[in-house]
Write a protein that binds this ligand. Sequence first.
Ligand code: PMP
Length: 358
Amino acid sequence: MHKKLFIPGPVEVSQDVLEKMAMPMIGHRSKEASELQRRISDNLRKLFYTKNEILLSTSSGTGLMEGAVRCGTLKRAAIFSVGAFGDRWYSIAESNNVPADKFEFPMGEAVDPKVVDDVLKTGKYDLITVTHNETSTGVMNPIEEIAQVVKKYPDVIFCVDTVSSAAGVKIEVDKLGIDICITSSQKCLALPPGLSICTFSEKARERAEKVKFRGTYLDLLALYKYIKKKDYQYPTTPSLSHMFALDYQLDKILNQEGLENRFKKHIEMAEIVRNWADKYFEVFADRNHLSNTLTTVKNTRGISVADLNKELGKRGFTISNGYGSLKEKTFRIAHMGDCTVNDVKELLQNINEILNLK
Ligand code: PMP
């Protein structure tokens, strides 16, 4: 039996979208491919509220995170981490020999914009990375306040991981002054995994021009230059199947559902899960900075998540245990993508029945 995914990615992909992945191939150097990829970029600009260029990569989100770190700094990167995916930025920098310092906040808490100001004030950094929605803890960082601070430092490239929020939460790239905003296909876009997407500002391009070792496959500047020169074709063979599905899904999100409706739906789903968690368990993350795309629940009843998932599996659902050091202490319910309010209610009803919660 298929188990509906309430894990924080990959998420459920609707059948009509899946079928687009099975469309016959086209030549990646054809006019058709240019048109497809140009249309996708135009629609992604709407999704990110930006005039900046869009870059696509046949890799998961981590791929473009790596590309961004490699091309974003001539000095040092300041990495603000509130969990596992913030830490990932740091390990990417370390393994690529990019000078970086990590500024950590306790699990469940958000980045304090005042600390960002203090760090950037030192003048040591010309790149900052922030995780918008930390999937390991269920914290959504105060990106507007952080953006206000970053705007005071025109030399700094502002890099934001919106892997588990873009297309579920409004992210106005131009208004926030984000230079590189990254996401993956398998979360709120509700597509199969395997494609990463980023916005790329003129400032990011100028910085990348000055950086010598940017790699090859994940060289954002090379992607940028190629699509400009070759009318939205990519330097290597892209996953055209993903492109077909993305093109179709963007049309559905923008023109059928509507972005504002999608954002509202995510808020509604989050409120339902938080209220449920408050009633029977406890919400893990800081109340003022809760994610709208997943809820991390403190396992105050000491239930076995493995046993719960076994029972849920028989009923056609699956949820996620906690991440890393939070594995035993928490569990996570994702409410992202094409998931509906009714889907969430149905899941919670089934958990209540299994655990005998009244
Ligand atoms: N950042 C965040 C916030 C994530 O949730 C994830 C995936 N769980 C990643 C980065 C890594 O993305 P990917 O698995 O697509 O490489």
